[in-house]
Ligand binder design. Sequence first.
Ligand code: FES
Length: 143
Amino acid sequence: MERWDFIKTCGFACLSGTVFAAVLEGCGSSKMIAGTMDKSGLVIPAASFQQGNASFKKYVVVQNEQLKYPVCVYRLSATEYTALLMRCTHQGAELQVVGDRLECPAHGSQFSNKGKVQNGPADTNLRTFTVSIQNDQLHIALT
Ligand code: FES
């Protein structure tokens, strides 16, 4: 094998391994989860935030077929969570999560991880839900 062919072969093998590892990591740390409904609201396992032994996801996006919009749940600490309806208060577009804030793809409004408006045109905070922890489950009251 020529030297250049050897370098190309090794380079492609290395690149393929890197891409494959990134895909696996992406699957393992998915932030989209399905919540279950009970009479009090939406329920998700507290373990949904766990990634690895001692680290946690900042947030998960919870979906359920009964919800018109997903709910973003931020983990602020082991005992403090916020749950935000991902519906923009300007004209109702579905929000996107960008780290510690939610952004509206329609006109650019931004909201904090507690649902407070940070940038307009929206001028109303997001709808939030009370989160309680029982038996390693988060109960998100949808009232
Ligand atoms: S609908 Fe979100 S900023 Fe207009």
